[in-house]
Ligand binder design. Structure first.
Ligand code: CP
Length: 305
């Protein structure tokens, strides 16, 4: 494939292949000199219209570990502030002779739009509430470190389902790998057509935690709630009913804790849960570099490593 726009376009075999290739890059990261100059002749632009810590830095690190020339674009210091359109911005950047664009944007579909405007390979680093494919790939890679075969495993995703691009990409990917997915949260955080997602739906955290292998909590995305409407349930009520607590870890000794970040500590989970030995949240972050190295390698024309 030339682009990575979403996991919808990736088959089960494509996903398993990327995850397999990522194992090699994960080993590289533990070497004293974690470099593999496979992108030495490539120029990559990281085009971030929305804030990011993990995705932007791990893409940049992955690119630098692979020897690419890297340019970072952020709207705050660009001519977007003077009113330049997305189309003009990308066409001007493309005229500087680039090979790949990693794009994050608040509008769903922007990565697709860019494929029609420029020749470069496009990687979706999160488009609105649509997809975040490299996040789901790194999540599945991390799950595989606990359960090498995800077929039949029960993965619970808890929180703000309706605003989450992470949940969409994870559902698509996990369904293709044969996992059982439950989404759990208050009714007000569920999309209208939640039954069409191809997952179980639960409004009961205790029941969900009692049966899942992995519980991935999602951030409550306050910035994407409708302006002027009061959050219902409130943050306090949400934490009471859907926050993962230390008492849950004691009561249900099976499940492993994940979170794509950034965490609202004390909302999605108690701070102690995030830092406990049941949490693999920081492994997700480390694995993010390896998975993005694999994606960059394969989209730049690399074959099996
Ligand atoms: N998980 C994730 O996308 O984090 P950032 O927004 O910090 O990139």
């Amino acid at each position: 494939q030339k682009h990575l726009l979403g996991l919808k376009e990736y088959s089960r075999e494509d996903i398993l292949f990327v995850l397999e290739q990522a194992k090699y890059f994960r080993e590289i990261l533990d070497r004293p000199v974690p470099k593999v100059p496979t992108l030495r002749d490539k120029t990559i632009v990281n085009l971030f219209y929305e804030n990011s810590t993990r995705t932007r830095l791990s893409f940049e690190l992955a690119q630098k570990r692979m020897g690419a020339d890297v340019v970072n674009f952020s709207t705050g210091s660009s001519s977007v502030k003077k009113g330049e359109t997305l189309k003009d911005t990308i066409r001007n950047i493309s005229s500087m002779k680039i090979d790949m664009v990693v794009v994050r944007h608040e509008s769903p579909g922007v990565p697709y739009f860019l494929t029609r405007v420029v020749d470069a390979a496009i990687i979706n680093a999160g488009d609105g509430a649509h997809e975040h494919p490299t996040q789901a790939l790194l999540d599945m890679f991390t799950m595989q470190q606990v359960y090498p075969d995800l077929e039949g495993r029960h993965i619970a995703i808890i929180g703000d389902i309706s605003h989450s691009r992470v949940v969409r990409s994870n559902i698509i990917g996990l369904n293709k790998l044969g996992a059982k997915v439950t989404v759990c949260g208050p009714k007000t955080f569920m999309p209208v057509f939640v039954e069409d997602l191809g997952v179980e739906v639960s409004y009961d955290l205790e029941e969900t935690l009692s049966s899942c292998d992995i519980a991935m909590a999602l951030r409550i995305q306050l910035e994407r709630q409708d302006a002027g409407t009061e959050l219902f349930p409130s943050i306090r009520e949400y934490h009471e009913k859907f926050g993962i607590k230390m008492e849950h870890l004691e009561k249900y000794p099976n499940f492993t804790v994940m979170h794509p970040g950034p965490i609202n500590r004390g909302v999605e989970m108690e701070s102690e849960v995030a830092d406990s030995d049941r949490s693999i949240i920081l492994s997700q972050v480390t694995n993010g570099v390896a998975v993005r190295m694999a994606v960059l390698y394969l989209l730049s024309g690399g074959t099996r490593i």
